[in-house]
Design a protein around this ligand. Structure first.
Ligand code: NGO
Length: 529
């Protein structure tokens, strides 16, 4: 601890004593000084602290301008604040002061915002509702963790004075959930969406099909879901989303400003489909359902026309359920497809995605075929990936293919933290918290033009993960770091300072019921070094 910190800590204790706060009393008093404006994850682009804090009181109103979308963001904010403050916090389109959500032209971009806080109120200004929503997440983190509780808490509810001006580095800040290896219910997915939203993640990639399970209803091929979805790794009952349930996930994600990116993995990782329809197999024989964890053993039959009828139907129905721009066609680990077949398959399938109005995303093996114009490749290699494979990805990026970075030895959330982590896999090594945070997406693959990097994504594969508790233990505390890599500038990157901000999040996770890995790299429960 540096000396002035010690002095500050001492002063803080004296202050608490002077205020008559008993350290052993039943109800712990909340800190009377507000959270500093820069104690937020992801780190805001610019912070100018100063002036009096704003205090939310019984008399506070939430003012919004006329837009319905802005009003919905205000309702979301009110739903966070009302239970714990116990205040009415009426939403009104009149008056000044209090909490204000304002849409206005300005240099915010689609997702940026400004937060101005002072004695009279706190105002969020943005060009659109997504910016207001992200600003609300910042406001949430500036309030005491107890604001997340669902019973009335004592407060005080102070927001530090000053201004934050903020906008993201990348437009793609994703998280992927594998609902195939183990199925997750709509409520479990919603819970994860809420956690992603807190850190300004804006893409939810759903891995909807794999060898072990097909998870989305397709009317023209009903057995995909009813039979192909009937099990999972380990032989459990699996499950699938009806179209209505899937739409509900998309709607809920949208209400949190996340775009759902559905993935149907092809031509490999298709045992569940092949098991459901014998005619999709080259030999006309359906394999049994699969509940193990091997990869690379299945392939759609590239030479059969029915394969393309199948793909067309699936993509058409999925595109119709997808308000977002992207459709992910997988393309990884097609070890049972010859290279020629793989290239031919991708040449035929990518135009189908375009025909239904969507943009192709594929795992980076797609760069071994001919990526469609505008396609994005998701890089999931690691330090030890061959120079040849990396060069192929770099070359594609130089020719216009955008990249989403998901290096497995950095941001695969299913990798064990250490050898003692009870869940997860370790094929890409152990990924401790610092390792997952401490790299620069902009400089990760040498030779990639800066504009080719569209952002980062943290995949969560579920071979070993069965419920929300498992998901959360693997996501926390690594997920906020990936979110910060996607949102915050390269210049703000600093592990020593980040780990202090990260430690401060733990209290909020406790309140939200998120069980996390207490990495020894993070100064939990202290004010930092
Ligand atoms: C690989 C593989 C997945 C596994 C995952 C486990 C990709 C893109 N394909 O990542 O099938 O589930 O590793 O970490």
């Amino acid at each position: 601890m540096r000396p002035h910190h010690r002095t500050l800590r001492l002063l803080g204790s004296l202050l608490l004593l002077a205020m008559g706060v008993s350290m052993t009393g039943a109800a712990p008093a909340q800190a009377a000084s507000p959270t500093p404006l820069d104690r937020v994850i992801p780190a805001p682009a610019s912070v100018a602290p100063g002036g009096s804090p704003y205090r939310i009181t019984r008399g506070t109103h939430i003012h919004v301008d006329g837009s319905r979308a802005a009003r919905r963001v205000a309702e979301y904010l009110a739903a966070v604040l009302r239970p714990s403050t116990g205040y009415r916090l009426p939403i009104t389109d009149r008056g000044a002061g209090g909490i204000r959500l304002r849409l206005a032209k300005g240099p915010f971009g689609a997702e940026g915002y400004r937060l101005d806080s002072g004695r009279k109120g706190v105002t969020l200004t943005a060009a659109g509702p997504a910016g207001l929503f992200h600003g609300v997440q910042t406001l949430r983190q500036l309030l005491p963790a107890a604001v997340e509780k669902d019973t009335v808490q004592p407060g005080p509810w102070l927001v530090a004075g000053g201004t934050i001006t903020d906008s993201p580095r990348y437009g793609w800040r994703g998280a992927m959930l594998d609902v195939s290896r183990h199925f997750f219910t709509v409520d479990q997915v919603k819970r994860y969406i809420d956690q992603l939203a807190l850190y300004k993640i804006n893409k939810l990639h759903l891995h909807l099909s794999d060898d072990q399970g097909w998870r989305i209803a397709v009317d023209s091929w009903p057995r995909l879901a009813t039979y192909g979805g009937s099990t999972e790794v380990g032989g459990g009952p699996g499950g699938y989303y009806t179209k209505a349930q899937y739409k509900e996930i998309v709607r809920y994600a949208g209400s949190r400003y996340l775009e759902v990116v559905p993935e149907i993995d092809m031509p490999g990782h298709t045992n569940a489909a092949l098991a459901s329809y014998a005619e999709l197999n080259c030999d006309g024989v359906a394999p049994p359902l699969y509940t193990g964890t091997d990869v690379g053993f299945s392939s759609l039959c590239v030479g059969k026309e029915i394969t393309y009828d199948f793909v067309d139907d699936v993509i058409r129905e999925l595109a119709a359920l997808t308000p977002g721009k992207y459709l992910h066609i997988g393309g990884d680990e097609a070890h049972s497809t010859s290279h020629e077949d793989y290239v031919e398959f991708m040449d035929r399938v990518q135009p189908v995605v375009a025909k239904y109005g969507k943009t192709v995303v594929g795992w980076h093996q797609l760069t071994g075929a001919t990526p469609a114009k505008g396609a994005l490749a998701q890089y999931w290699g690691l330090d030890s990936t061959s120079a040849e494979e990396k060069a192929q990805v770099v070359k594609a990026a130089q020719s216009g293919t955008g990249l989403i970075l998901s290096p497995a030895d950095r941001v695969y959330l299913d990798m064990k933290y250490t050898k003692d982590t009870p869940l997860g896999l370790s094929w890409a090594g152990y990924v401790e918290v610092r390792r997952s945070y401490d790299w620069d997406p902009g400089a990760y693959l040498a030779g990639v033009p800066a504009g080719a990097v569209r952002g980062v994504e943290a995949p969560m594969w579920s071979e070993t993960l069965e419920d929300s508790e498992h998901i959360e233990y693997m996501a926390f505390p690594r997920l906020p770091g990936v979110a910060e890599l996607g949102w915050s500038s390269a210049a703000s990157h600093d592990w020593e300072r980040y780990k202090v901000r990260l430690a401060a999040q733990a209290e909020r996770w406790d309140v939200l019921g998120i069980g996390y890995y207490r990495s020894p790299q993070v100064p939990w429960g202290s004010d930092g070094p």
